[in-house]
Design a protein around this ligand. Structure first.
Ligand SMILES: Cc1cc2nc3c(=O)[nH]c(=O)nc-3n(C[C@H](O)[C@H](O)[C@H](O)COP(=O)(O)OP(=O)(O)OC[C@H]3O[C@@H](n4cnc5c(N)ncnc54)[C@H](O)[C@@H]3O)c2cc1C
Ligand SMILES: N[C@@H](Cc1c[nH]c2cc(Cl)ccc12)C(=O)O
Length: 516
């Protein structure tokens, strides 16, 4: 039976893989994880998709088990600031788009324009975030949903099977290093063998399959399946097996980042329950609220800005609190391995592929990859069918998210310097140009977005087009002949639900201070 797995790398990807495999296969699988004590993890990766709750549920973990240990908070959206013009912002929330008489509420919004804020007129959560509130009451009860949070039929579904059925209203922010530490303990408690050592060589047989990895002090680690979680370096997949890397840089030029972990009195500052992406002269700055600190960083293109200028800009943006904080400069490899599973080696995490974290997709990629690897786990005959299915799913997810991110730059109204002017003339991925033409006459729907599962529903595309303001989108002509009374009632219902929630929900900080 093929059941000996060696994972190289102990960042978020390595420990998410080890813990999920143990939850999936129990003692029927033998896992060794080796990580360097000299090469650090990338040290960022602190905002997620809402789908990540399937990961914790699969591990049998409740929020109170892991969130306090990881200084975690809730993420209700990404807030895009200054992408259209200075001072403008909009939210991309975790909230199902309503429909009226067969038209998306956003289509009605384009026709009726109740206010200038599509995100407040069409989503309840935008006002909840503006008020700095928690989506759970102090007793832990969740705001009422069009679905039952605990419903059995939703458990056990993978993310891709789940999409479109329900939209859970929040995701998480957590300290990456603390999550890796938590999952290390979870994994070791369940029998994962943890070795701290450097892999110096990868041994291949005559077919080019991996037979083992050589370490400094723990000899050769042998196994059946080798998981490359060594980050951007792709030590096994790209270096030892020489699997080519397909760069996305021709369409996504941001290839650098500088990050700060800024201690903060969150009681005094208050928690804005979302990730904020603030556009800058050569990229954008993320702000992630955690208990006890803020995670922040400038994602930029080195062709337009030097690391020193980026760090200076970031420190000015953060202010005096950043004074004694050490900056972490990161070179980002943007794109994906041609195939993430080659022979008996699977790259997961940055070793597989990566796009800038504009919509917090790195950990989503890891979670998706792990789910797909369990679903397509190889048998002793290594039937290529599973590997091919896996590679197709993983490539589609990354290509789809790439296209979704490029849309943010193409649709952004800003053109106030060369960096932003170039976002309008740069090449776009195959297929996006045609899709953009369709969206000028009708908002995106499930038929016109990227055709393979990539984690994002049509309403996410609507938010980009309506929020960024650079592409003129027209309402469906049929609305002119349709009675708008039902749509007006829906807008009124959102206003009423917004009023009720903003009057009853606790402040985000007050909810989490119960745990700290
Ligand atoms: C600037 C930036 C911001 C990001 N923000 C987000 C976000 O908000 N949300 C999100 O979902 N994702 C985000 N990501 C992506 C996220 O950080 C990664 O997906 C996540 O950290 C996984 O990294 P990894 O485990 O693949 O690699 P790494 O964290 O780089 O870990 C690599 C591991 O390999 C080990 N290693 C390397 N070489 C050897 C060797 N020779 N022998 C033994 N061990 C070795 C290292 O010790 C380390 O343990 C961000 C990424 C960047 C760069
Ligand atoms: N399946 C994803 C899709 C999603 C829906 N809304 C958002 C908002 C943001 Cl910021 C990221 C992702 C998403 C999910 O439900 O998480």
């Amino acid at each position: 039976m093929l059941n000996r797995v060696v994972i190289v790398g102990g960042g978020t990807a390595g420990w998410m893989t080890a813990s999920y495999f143990k939850a999936a296969f129990g003692d029927r699988i033998d896992i060794t994880l080796v990580e360097s004590g000299n090469v650090g993890a990338v040290g960022v990766g602190e905002a997620t998709f809402s789908d990540i709750r399937h990961f914790f549920e699969f591990l049998g973990l409740k929020e109170k088990d892991w969130m306090p240990a990881c200084n975690a908070t809730y993420k209700l959206a990404v807030r895009f600031e200054n992408w259209r013009e200075q001072g403008h912002y909009y939210y991309h929330p975790f909230e199902q788009m309503r429909s009226v008489n067969g038209f998306a509420l956003t289509d009605w919004w384009l026709k009726e324009k109740p206010t200038e804020r599509f995100d407040k007129d069409c989503f309840v959560m935008s006002s909840v975030i503006d008020a700095g509130l928690s989506p759970r009451h102090l007793d832990g009860s969740l705001i009422d949903q069009p679905f039952d949070e605990g419903a059995e039929e939703m458990h056990g579904l993978t993310m891709s099977e789940h999409q479109g059925k329900t939209q859970f209203p929040y995701a998480y922010h957590f300290e990456a290093a603390l999550l890796a530490k938590y999952l290390t303990q979870y994994s070791v408690d369940r029998g994962v063998k943890h070795i701290i050592d450097d892999v110096s060589h990868v041994d291949l047989d005559e077919r080019g399959w991996i037979t083992g990895v050589r370490t400094g002090e723990h000899g050769d680690l042998t196994g059946d399946l080798f998981i490359d979680c060594t980050g951007f370096r792709g030590l096994l997949l790209n270096k030892a097996l020489e699997e080519p890397f397909i760069s996305y840089q021709d369409t996504l030029p941001n290839d650098s980042a500088v990050a700060l972990q800024v201690p903060m009195d969150m009681e005094k500052r208050g928690i804005r329950p979302c990730t904020t992406a603030t556009a800058q002269d050569a990229g954008w700055i993320w702000t992630i609220p955690l208990m006890g600190r803020v995670g922040t960083g400038y994602v930029y293109a080195k062709d337009y800005l030097s690391p020193d200028e980026a760090e200076r800009t970031l420190r000015e943006f953060v202010g005096p609190a950043a004074a004694d904080v050490e900056a972490n400069h990161i070179k980002m490899r943007i794109g994906r391995s041609r195939n993430s599973w080659v022979k008996n080696c699977v790259g997961i995490g940055l070793a597989s592929g990566f796009v800038e974290p504009l919509e917090s997709t790195g950990i989503f990629f890891i979670h998706h990859a792990i789910e797909q690897l369990v679903k397509n786990f190889p048998g002793p005959d290594w039937d290529a069918t599973y590997r091919n299915r896996y590679n197709d799913a993983v490539s589609h997810v990354m290509d789809g998210v790439r296209e979704f991110l490029v849309l943010h730059y193409v649709a952004a109204k800003r053109q106030d310097n060369q960096y932003w002017k170039d976002t309008k003339t740069r090449a776009v991925p195959d297929g996006l140009a045609e899709r953009l033409e369709k969206w000028k006459t009708q908002l995106p729907d499930s038929e016109t977005i990227f055709p393979y599962y990539h984690g994002l529903p049509a309403y996410s595309y609507m938010c980009v087009l309506l929020g960024m303001g650079g592409i003129d989108v027209k309402p469906s002509p049929g609305l002119a002949l349709t009675d708008s009374a039902a749509a007006q009632r829906e807008f009124a219902d959102i206003r009423e639900k917004t009023r009720q929630l903003t009057e009853t929900l606790p402040k985000a900080y007050d909810y989490f201070s119960q745990w700290h």
